[in-house]
Design a protein around this ligand. Structure first.
Ligand SMILES: [Zn+2]
Ligand SMILES: [Zn+2]
Length: 326
């Protein structure tokens, strides 16, 4: 009895005192099949509104999440006259962050646009140009945006905050800062999300600095290091597209376990040195599926990451529809 009471008090205390982030994986892969492409929802605990972090697959991921019980606050009664899937898509996704405009990060946004409501898309200026010129142009798709060619249907306001500048994410309590990433010649980006003194980092596709001849990841590690020292970084989502057998000249701006571990070793240096990344939750995203029989890319990547994990970070492999709290 006494134990239960203490547990209840502690649970109440923790929910009240510490900000945390709810993340639902809508799509976790980096290609091939259209129904499980990169997209995650994030919100602060206690707020109903999500920001979509990329939008490769949206509706199929929401359906999977409902099946898995990852949206317990949405009932058919609450969703009416929409379906729960429609309600989460239209009403609970408050805004989008698009890391870069590759198809596996925007397909769900474009396909769902006719049934979406007015929202803001945050993305790099370069990605905004691609969305206007190559997707919302009345040739690939009707222009659901607020700029560009032909009639503007105006569902999406495409907003390009300056790199490094803080902005409010939709009408949520979360704020964001965008940092550039190198992705084989395409401008990609990372979003650092903060609320109530806690942060979470979402990385779009990226290569390693050594391979990309870039300093973009190094610049990001210098930002995240102090946050880790203050215990303010709750977790991150970062890609590992290929296993270690992928040759450097076939990476196309992506990471392997070996390259990610070497980048994280840099991060450790800026975070207080040996042991400072211990138990840091790192969600591995964007695994490239294969059509080769008997090959399991996720199992291979998982095994290679854990074999080289002298940093002691907590690698996580969220599956489509899974929810996790950070
Ligand atoms: Zn991608
Ligand atoms: Zn890409």
């Amino acid at each position: 009895m006494r134990k239960t009471l203490i547990a209840v008090v502690l649970a109440g205390y923790s929910a009240f005192t510490w900000a945390s982030f709810d993340v639902v994986a809508l799509g976790t892969q980096g290609g091939l099949s259209g129904d499980n492409l990169t997209s995650y929802l994030i919100r602060t605990e206690g707020d109903a509104r999500y920001i979509a972090l990329d939008a490769g697959s949206t509706l199929p991921g929401i359906a999977k999440g409902i099946e898995k019980g990852s949206f317990p606050d949405v009932t058919p009664e609450k969703a009416a006259p929409l379906t729960p899937q429609g309600y989460i898509f239209r009403e609970q996704i408050n805004a989008y962050f698009i890391s870069h405009p590759h198809l596996d990060h925007v397909a769900g946004l474009i396909l769902g646009s006719p049934d979406d409501k007015k929202k803001t898309i945050y993305t790099l200026a370069d990605s905004a140009n691609t969305l206007h010129n190559h997707y919302f142009n009345w040739k690939s798709w009707p222009n659901f945006s607020d700029a560009g060619n032909g009639e503007r249907l105006g569902t999406y306001r495409i907003n390009s905050p300056r790199v490094g500048q803080t902005f409010t994410l939709g009408v949520t309590p979360m704020r964001g800062v965008i940092y550039p990433l190198s992705h084989n010649g395409t401008a990609s980006s990372m979003l650092l999300i903060s609320a109530r003194g806690e942060s979470f980092a979402y990385f779009g596709d990226t290569g390693a600095d050594a391979v990309e001849r870039s300093k973009n990841l190094d610049a990001i590690w210098r930002v995240l290091g102090p946050l880790i020292q203050q215990k303010a970084l709750k977790g991150m989502i970062i890609e590992t597209s290929y296993d270690d057998a992928q040759p450097d000249n076939k990476l196309l701006g992506h990471l392997t376990p070996k390259l990610l571990l070497s980048e994280l070793t840099q991060l450790e240096k800026y975070s207080g040195g040996a042991g400072s990344l211990k138990d840091l939750p790192i969600v591995i995203s964007h695994i490239k599926p294969t059509l080769v029989a008997g090959k399991d890319p996720q199992a291979l990547i998982q095994q290679q990451l854990s074999a080289g994990n002298s940093l002691g970070v907590k690698f996580m492999f969220m599956q489509q529809g899974d929810k996790a709290v950070f």
